[in-house]
Each structure stands twice: as C-alpha cells, then as structure tokens.
Design a protein around this ligand. Structure first.
Ligand code: EPU
Length: 419
C-alpha cells in the first residue's frame, strides 16, 4: 500500500485552484439515471470515489465517455441492470444515491445495505422511510434493500433527522414522481442546491433547495444537459488550514466564500487574516501564533463535520485549551490517537475533544482511518518537525485530488512512496 512521506516545517505560500466538489459530483452522477438523454458533467474531480461511482453505473449498463475537453458524457438512459452489488457499496457508502433515481425511473432497485464505517454506524433509515412515503415498497433481504414502485406519488415528507444524501436521494426520486412533494427538516448544504440546479437544468421543477422546505413538482421525463461541478468547499477549507498551521499565506481560487462562512469565522477567531472575493479566499498566518477556537459541528450553515479533524490539528498547536464537540457522527475522533502520537495533547470525553495546545509536534509513523482523518494527519505532518509517514492513504485519494502535488506546489515536501 502506498504511503505519504512528509518532511515537515515548511511554510506554505502561493495560489491554488479548487477542484470540483466530490460531494456535489457523486449525487449528480447518480442523477444521470433519471435522464432520458445523455448528460455532460464538467469539472469532475479526479478521485477514487468518482471512479467507484462510474464503476457502479457502468456495472448497471451506463455508457460513460470522456470527451476531448475532459468532460464526461454519461448515458444512463437504458440501464440493463438496477442492482448495486455489495462489492461496490462496501467501498463507497454514497452508492446509496442510486436508490431514489432507480426506483423513480425503472420502478425497481436492489442495493446492498451499506454497513457501518470508520466514523459511525451511518444507517439509511431516513432514506428508506421517505421513499416508502413516496409509495415505494421496500423489503430488506439478504443484506440488500429491494425497492419497487409503479410510479412514485408526491406527498408531504418530514425527515426524522437531517441527512445530506437522504435529502438528495428523495429530491431525485420526487423529480419523476406524480404530483408535488414537500420536503421538510431537509439538509441545507450547498451541494443540495447544486443538485437541484442540475435537476432543474434537466427539466425538473424544484424550488427551495438550500432552505427549510424543498418543493418538487414531479415531471414525466428529464432531458440531457451540460453542467459544471462547483468547487469543493472542504478541499478549500483544508488548504486554508494547511496555510494556518504552517504560518503561511495561501490564496484558494474558484471557491465561493459563502459556502465556508462558519469556517472562515473560526479561522479569523484563530488569528488568521482572511480576505475574500466572490470566488476566492486568501489566508495569512505569517508571523502569528494560533489562538484556540471552540467548535461544535452541525449541519450547514453550522460548522461542517468534514472540517473537524483539520481544526483539531490547528487547535493542537494553538496557545491554550479548546473544546471540539462532534454532534453529527458518533465516532469521528479516530485521528486523535494518531495525533497524540505526534505530540498533541488531546483527551476524548464522549463526543468532546479537549485539546491543550502544545508548542510543537514531531514526526511519526501514523495511519489514516478515514478521509478527513487522513487530511488531519497530513496537516500535522506539515507542521511537525522531522518526518511523518502516513499509511493507508487510499482514504485520502477518495476525496482529495492529487493532494501531495497541490501541497508541494505551495512549498511542502511530500513524497508518495510506492507500496
Ligand atoms: N443518519 C441516520 N439515518 C439516515 C441517514 C443519516 O441516522 O438514514 C445519521 C447519520 O448516521 C449521521 C447523521 O444522520 O449521524 C448525518 O448523516 P448524513 O446522512 O447527513 O451523512 P451522509 O449523507 O451519509 C454526507 C457526506 C459526508 C458528510 C455528511 C455530513 C456525501 C457523499 N457524504 O454524508 O461526507 O460528512 O454528509 O455533512 O455527501 C466526507 O466527505 O468526508 C464525508 C463523510
């Protein structure tokens, strides 16, 4: 298995461009199932999770062509199969995103039940309850979700809990349902709005995405379109933290700062100087000492759980004590033990991490456990003295496009060691 070797202590400086957002791209690829024509997706990030989603669609008979502009032309309009097998689902939970589109378009789906994962048990009951309310019949058999419906019927649905992919699944399904669907207690993440924009460009009628209530007037058919994936706010946030922990100065282009309001607020609280334009964010932490910031993760517009591990590193080298409360996932502190092996002083108490800032970190051999945990270990390696080796980096390749190349471009020294 490949590893990353990080020679720490370099201050990051420069400008980088954000890649397309993984968590916007995955539901959009699934949404192509709803279309009667091919859909062109531009600015797809080069990530393992995107490859897995293509593999999944390909296994069901979709035709995916990479054109001369590096855009993907996806024809999912005559699938020969409506099954998502366990081999693929177990490698990527977001495979569940094909459930709603398959039932809406083909009247049936057989999807392996995703199991637990490194960050929590992550059930899909909210997806299934809502799909049943749209009229689907759902049976759980032999580790699979078997869903059938003649035509889904629009209704009023209040989600039992806020779920990002659940909201996306049902928004997609309701686009082809008969009548109108009102969704409340929905996720308001920017990626929900992005998906609604794509679906509307395909001929759907969705209003209110990104707000408290989403209203979907079902249509009979969706058509093809061409759509560019917006920038990845978590990637942008991670590079800003990389600049902060190395007392550097970085400009991230291509990102709308309104997608990171809470993160920017917390970076400013930590002492960073931030300036923004409508599509860029710059951060400078040169000649300054980080201040500790308390954080509570929660659904958008609150502080994103996907930035929690990165902020743990920032707080770990800040001058004082801070508290991080993780309220979205029950087990998202797996990086803490590894960070402590690099000299951090962090104690876990249930869903709270109590972080006592230390003057410096030292390099060590550490192991990635999930995507954002791996990002935090790389950040720690960047500001530690000596060498850090991060193993199991397949986690990072799922969600960060060529991370070592981008960080090296900013002045880091990271080598990818072959297995
Ligand atoms: N939940 C349930 N039942 C459900 C669905 C969710 O109990 O049916 C619980 C989950 O266990 C969790 C909470 O609700 O405790 C929120 O989970 P959510 O469904 O919102 O998460 P998700 O849709 O599976 C997406 C992102 C995650 C991100 C979360 C939260 C994608 C593909 N994934 O996951 O991204 O952390 O929303 O913002 O959009 C990542 O990129 O590293 C990542 C994990």
């Amino acid at each position: 298995m490949e590893k990353l070797l990080i020679k720490g202590g370099k201050s990051l400086k420069g400008t980088i461009m954000c890649a397309g957002a993984k968590n916007a791209a995955l539901p959009m690829i699934a949404a192509t199932i709803l279309s009667s024509e091919s859909v062109v997706l531009k600015n797809l990030p080069y990530l393992q999770d995107i490859t897995t989603m293509f593999e999944l669609l390909g296994s069901m008979g979709a035709e995916i062509i990479l054109n001369e502009n590096m855009d993907f032309n996806i024809s999912s309009n005559s699938l020969s199969d409506t099954e998502a097998r366990y081999e693929l689902v177990k490698t990527m939970r977001a495979s569940i995103l094909v459930l709603g589109p398959l039932v809406a378009k083909y009247g049936k789906a057989r999807i392996a039940l995703p199991g637990g994962c490194a960050i929590g048990s992550r059930p899909v009951n909210f997806h299934l309850d809502a799909l049943e309310q749209l009229g689907a019949k759902i049976v759980l058999r032999n580790g699979y979700i078997e869903a059938t419906a003649d035509r889904l019927i629009g209704t009023k649905i209040r989600f039992d809990g806020v779920t990002v992919t659940g909201t996306e699944n049902i928004m997609m399904a309701a686009s082809l349902a008969e009548g109108t669907t009102h969704l409340t207690n929905v996720a308001k993440e920017p990626e929900i709005e992005d998906l609604a924009n794509l679906l509307n460009a395909m001929g759907a009628n969705i209003q209110g995405a990104g707000t408290e209530e989403i209203i979907i007037s079902g249509v009979k058919e969706l058509n093809g379109t061409s759509f560019s994936i917006p920038a990845d706010r978590i990637e942008a946030g991670t590079y800003l933290v990389a600049a902060a922990v190395t007392n550097g100065s970085v400009l991230v282009n291509g990102i709308n700062p309104q997608r990171l309001t809470k993160v920017i607020q917390k970076l400013e609280e930590s002492g960073a100087t931030i300036s923004t334009t409508k599509d860029s964010i710059s951060l400078s932490m040169e000649n300054k000492k980080l201040k500790p910031v308390d954080i509570t993760t929660a659904p958008f517009p609150e502080f994103p759980t996907d930035m929690q591990a990165q902020f743990s590193v920032m707080n770990a080298i800040a001058s004082g004590t801070s508290n991080i409360y993780e309220t979205v996932f029950e087990n998202r502190f797996m990086h803490i033990q590894e960070l402590n092996r690099m000299g951090c002083d962090i104690e876990i108490n249930g869903n709270q991490a109590i972080i006592k800032g230390v003057d410096s970190l030292y390099g060590a051999e550490v192991m990635a456990t999930d995507l954002r945990a791996s990002a935090s270990l790389i950040l720690a390696g960047l500001c530690a003295s000596g060498q850090t080796t991060v193993s199991r980096i397949y986690h990072i390749d799922r969600g960060y496009e060529r991370i070592e190349e981008k960080l090296n471009y900013l002045g880091a020294e990271i080598l990818r060691l072959p297995s």
